[in-house]
Design a protein around this ligand. Structure first.
Ligand SMILES: [Zn+2]
Length: 423
């Protein structure tokens, strides 16, 4: 029984009801991780899951797992979900969509009395946004063994210093289950694209083939401060002139590795930042992204060379410090194919796409076969109260999620495909 269809109106209604928890005057949502509002959203989600016949468990980092049994309890679950926390000026769909799509998928299976071989679990990961407690993706990161539990619980609120662990305790979500360390048959995550590509291409479905790698740098250029009037041009060691040439090189490196490279300088400090003093020191950051690690490595070499080339003629010193490295994550080819096939089978225009942002799926990919489904968001805008998505696209993404996931959940312990409706 292929091509089950979800109830798009029910999905939309749940998203809109959830968005009232932390609703902002501009139509967005502010629901910071482990806040009272996060607690309220979690309790609503759990109530809906229990009404849909799921049993709910909470682990020690507050991740929520709603379990729908399969025929074979010995099989590891097929998981789908995302996160319920938002940015301070977040939207209704980032994260919430993936969780509500998981819920809608289970409700649809109930409507059709559809049994699967493997159990299905809807998951809500703790603190994906990393806005109140950095870094991002802490719940999925502890689950996947990227951080240890104590490290995750000790993350401080970036304003008050209160820990994530204390706040989870306070809102009643420091659960009894141990975190991770159990097999997951597959993980699927539906998410808004948070970029402009699908909307521009007029495709409702993005088949996410992986997430790009990132390298972040901190660069310090040192010259010599001097008076802007009496110092002749040939004698200057102007750190800002050198930095400007390096920043231009960052942009050229991005263009040289089109179309997938993204290179950004987003933060610059000039010292002493005085209009009649030649700058003696410049500090700036570089953000490099590319889906292939080999290309990221090549870009790394080009950056270091460009910095040396810009510094030498002006007599500057330059220090290039790698601040953070996040390897590229290719998703599981079989699961990616299942997403593509589901879109194809239902007649939805689709295209392959690489995630420019981090998601819980990126950490899950370290411990389970993983894939994602993207749907367009209006104007490509996210992390903003005006974030919006079309109901028909959200429905399309949920239909693709359902049918891709069913392909996995239908596999019996002997590898044969057995799931079918009881009715
Ligand atoms: Zn998200």
């Amino acid at each position: 029984m292929r091509n089950l269809r979800v109830n798009g109106e029910r999905l939309w209604a749940s998203l809109m009801e959830l968005a009232q928890i932390g609703a902002t005057p501009k139509g967005g949502v502010c629901r910071l991780a482990a806040s009272d509002l996060d607690g309220a959203a979690r309790r609503l989600f759990i109530r809906w899951c229990e009404e849909a016949g799921c049993s709910v468990r909470i682990d020690a980092i507050g991740n929520i797992f709603a379990h729908r049994p399969g025929r074979d309890a010995s099989l590891p679950p097929v998981m789908t979900g995302s996160h319920l926390d938002t940015q301070p000026t977040g939207g209704k769909f980032d994260g919430a969509y993936g969780v509500m799509a998981g819920l809608e998928l289970v409700r649809t299976l109930n409507d059709f009395a559809y049994e699967t071989e493997a159990p299905i679990e809807i998951v809500g990961w703790t603190n994906e946004e990393g806005s109140r407690f950095s870094p991002a993706m802490v719940g999925s990161g502890v689950f996947a063994g990227v951080f240890d539990l104590a490290e995750g619980l000790a993350r401080p609120d970036n304003v008050t210093g209160v820990t994530l662990g204390a706040e989870l305790e306070r809102i009643g979500f420091a659960g009894p289950e141990s975190v991770g360390g159990r097999p997951v048959a597959a993980y699927f995550e539906a998410h808004i694209e948070q970029g402009p590509i699908l909307e521009a291409a007029q495709k409702p479905i993005g088949v996410v083939t992986g997430a790009q790698g990132q390298r972040w740098y901190e660069i310090t250029v040192t010259g010599q401060e001097a008076h802007a009037g009496p110092t002749p041009m040939p004698r200057r060691r102007d750190a800002l002139v050198g930095a400007a040439r390096m920043i231009d090189a960052v942009n050229r490196i991005g263009n040289a590795h089109a179309p997938h490279a993204c290179t950004t300088v987003g933060f610059v400090q000039v010292s002493p930042n005085s209009r009649n003093t030649i700058p003696g020191r410049v500090f700036f950051t570089v953000d490099f992204r590319h889906p292939e690690d080999a290309v990221l490595s090549a870009m790394d070499g080009e950056l270091r060379q460009a910095c040396r080339d810009a510094a030498a003629p002006i007599g500057l010193e330059v220090e290039v410090k790698e601040f953070w490295y996040f390897p590229s994550t290719p998703f599981d080819p079989d699961l990616v194919a299942a997403v593509r096939d589901a879109a194809e089978a239902q007649g939805y225009p689709h295209q392959d796409i690489i995630s420019g942002a981090g998601h819980d799926a990126v950490y899950l990919a370290r411990v389970a076969p993983t894939a994602m489904v993207f749907v367009p968001c209006v104007g490509g805008i996210s992390h903003n109260e005006i974030e919006d998505a079309k109901p028909e696209d959200l429905t399309a993404g949920c239909n693709v999620l359902l049918n891709a996931l069913l392909e996995r959940a239908a596999v019996s312990s002997t590898g044969e495909i057995r799931a079918e409706a009881r009715t």
